[in-house]
Each structure stands twice: as structure tokens, then as C-alpha cells.
Design a protein around this ligand. Sequence first.
Ligand SMILES: *Cc1c(COP(=O)(O)O)cnc(C)c1O
Length: 373
Amino acid sequence: MTDQTIGADIQLLVPRLPSAGVIAPYIEEIDRTHVYSNGGPLERRLCSELGAFFSDRTGSRAPAVTTVTNGTIAIELALRTYVAAAGGEVILPSYTFIASAQAVSNAGFTPVFVDVDEDTLAVTPAIVRRAIEVRGKPAAVLVVSPFGGPIRFDEWDDLETTTGVPVIFDAAAAALSISKVGRQPVCLSLHATKILGAGEGGAVISTDEALVVAIRSMTNFGFDPAGTRLSLRRGGNYRISEYAAAVGLASLTEIAHKRRTLFARFEEFRDRLAGSRIQFQEGFGSEWITATMNLILPDEAVEPVLARFSRDGIPWRRWYGDGCHTHPIFAESPCLSSLDVTKRVARRTIGVPFHEFLTDSQIERICAACTGW
Ligand SMILES: *Cc1c(COP(=O)(O)O)cnc(C)c1O
């Protein structure tokens, strides 16, 4: 690897979007069409290729897709269209990236935090059902894919059917773990640091075509999709440019390669940590992968391992911090339990260096630092 910016130090995360040469043919199309935004040909192609990508992955018919400015806006617009209530409470796990809670607030709802399951790091229908018993029905539930991990779509579909509470999926980092797409909106981020990147960007995916058409219209000032130039609903400018679509399309051509490369990097970790008591998220590196990797440490290993990381110059991060409820801006938001599991998993779940440029010897250094504590 000759990239000067990467250097010899171990980096926590090194995103890699397609190189200039891979993007160039798409940019040349822009030169020819003189269309730079507003749902141009590249953006429309990105929507249809994403639809094909998810139908290939899920074995179902191609869902409807619209791009949006970013993953946070995807959640906001999904909440504003899929949820009948214009306000009220939205249940979500505290253990998520802060964007989930910000999106709930920005869409005019009150975030209500719940705990997660200790094994999957995800909120479960059982947790939500208990919350409904205690507090009554919320306006919606925002189900988060923890660090891009799998979501049990069928169980959530069942929860929505049996309780009538609409479900929205924050699958921001989950492009390679989505196993099903139904009518509930699936919100994706195309940020550079996610597994499928466009620099900035996002998408909403659903089999409900009318829902996706409505969200798409909101990205363009609520203009009538039939082209009357009349604004039919509240909206704004939540579009992506043709340049971002170009990068997104180029990324799709490389995603299979990226997946293989990261699977292979993970194998180095898995082999070196085999027999230790360190765990990974279930199925990580064998069934699915994403652009970050967490070690799940035994409780008593947290302090010694982090001390060794700082001694050895190995960067690490708790990607979700201690949960959204610990951020000052959400300090007043209701929590539906003591969030004891969140506290435990937040402490033990440590993001470690993981990217395509990690060398075997760097992985050896990282693994050496976290074994034999
Ligand atoms: C990245 C991320 C988001 C936000 O996506 P952006 O494209 O950065 O706005 C939301 N939720 C989760 C869980 C994320 O990881």
C-alpha cells in the first residue's frame, strides 16, 4: 500500500471509495447530459441498481428505492411519511449512533429510549412489547441494525401487524446484512464510512411504491410526482447530486470485491483470536460484514485490554458511546428502564481497527494486545 496518508500507524477506519479512474466514465456522462441534480439519469440508475442489488440479496422482487441526502434524512422522511401521527413518542434503542435519536427529534417526535438484547445488541419485539405495556402505544418504533448487523424483519412485521405500531428500520450501515425488504421503510446511509459509500447520501427502500414516491417527492419540495409543478406536501431539498450518484454507482461495481477483502481481513482476526474469550457480533465476517468491527470483551478484560491498546498505540472507539441517553441533548428524554444491558454492552463493545488496508502484521499486533490480559 503506497497511499501516503495511511502510513505506518494503525488507523481505526480508512474508508475507500472508488478511485478517480472508476468514477470517470460516470462523470463523463454528466459532461454529456449537462444534468447535475434533480433526479438526473445517474441518480435514477442508482435507484434502480440499488433495487436490483437488494432483490438479488434477498431473493425477492426489486423494492422501490429513492435516494436522499444522507442516512439521517432517510430516517426523518421515513418517519414523516410512514407514521400517521404527526407527533408523539418514538421508541428506539439508546444503544445506537446519535443520528437515530436526532432524526426522531427533527421529525417532530419525542425519542423514548429502551434497552437492547445482550447477545445481539439490538432492540427486540419483546422489549418493545414490554414498553408498550408500561407506557401505551407510541407513534412508531425505530428499529436499529446494531453496527450494520442483521435485523429480524419477520418478527418486526409481526409486531407491526399485531400492535398496529408502525415500524421503521435504521439500517444505515447494513447494506450487506439486509435479508428482506417489506413495506416498512428501510433507511440506508451512503456515507463514505459505511460499507456502500457515495461520499454523502442515503436511500429509503420499501416494497410500498407509493410510500417511496411520496418520500421522493419530499426530497424535491413536495412537488407533484406527476410533474404539475404544484407542491403537494411538506418537503425540502433532500436530493443528491449526479456527482454523488456517480460515486454510488461506481461503489456498487466494487461492493463484491470489498466484501471479499473485508471477509479475508476478518479471517486473520478470527484465527488469531480463536480460543480466546473475545467475541464478535453473530455472523460477522461469515454471513455479513460492515465497515467497522467490534470486539465484544469479557467484562474483566475491558480495562486491561484498553490499557494495552493505549500502550501499543492501537486506536479504538466505542462507536455508539455510552448510548444516546447519556448525551446532554437527550438527558431529559424518557428511558423506559434502567438501561442496564445498554450500560453493560456499551462498556464491553469496543470498535477496533478494521479496514481494507490493515496488514497481517498490524492485525497480529492488535490481536496480541487483546489476548493474555
Ligand atoms: C451512520 C448512521 C446514521 C446516519 O447516517 P448519515 O448518512 O451519516 O446521516 C444513522 N444511524 C446509524 C445507526 C448510523 O450508523
